[in-house]
Design a protein around this ligand. Sequence first.
Ligand code: XBP
Ligand code: MG
Length: 253
Amino acid sequence: MADLQALIFDVDGTLADTERDGHRVAFNRAFAEAGLDWDWSVELYGHLLAVTGGKERIRFYLDKYNTGFQRPGDLDGFIADLHRSKTAHYMTLMEEGAIPLRPGVQRLLEQARSAGVPLAIATTTTPENVSALVASTLPSGALDWFTVIGAGDIVPAKKPAPDIYQWVLGEMDLDAKSVIAFEDSSHGVSSAVGAGIDKVVVTVNDYTREQDFSLATVVFDQLGEASMPAAVLDGTAVPPGGVVDLDYLRSLV
Ligand code: XBP
Ligand code: MG
């Protein structure tokens, strides 16, 4: 049995349910501030999540859902400005404590730290957003819990491309077969699997519940606490007591 050498976490939808009440709201505030009458409803945002990355998502919206918009000459610059404003709004939302961590996340992070199992992040979102979420939900200095944070434009191709997981594995000099990735979306699973990681634990949310997770190792509703056991939605390896802990994760590797 290989050793479990690291846990690599996605952020949006996995550490916290940030999409509907975080990113979506921040996008809408940036649009309003820029004098745009765009409004990304909860439902429309579900469609826009087909594309990862905020700048890429704005472009996808214009290409597919708002084709009549009179585009400025410098579309890249326009999108970059909008996205900068969106990031600022998102960070404000996090400072206000808008989004808690998902059940079991802090427990598992702390358990891994105590056991000396390295932690890392592989996300599509902007690095400042990761810092803001961690600062608002975990003890001071918790960003240092993560040996490596792979985020945003550090790689050119975002999930479902494998680049961000490959980058994290390379930075930590890890064998893909000795780590576990945590994801909430099929794009995230594809990215991890594409990087050679064959153990991917999924915790679904309202936006991703119906996606195809056939490449995942196991699919849960959440990571579970003793008082709130996780339900296995797909997979055969059931954690004792419904709590996804290190013993259970080691048994997967
Ligand atoms: C997360 C995303 C992100 C956020 C927005 O995907 O798609 O784009 O929605 O973040 P994943 P930015 O969880 O698969 O990494 O606006 O900072 O790009
Ligand atoms: Mg995600």
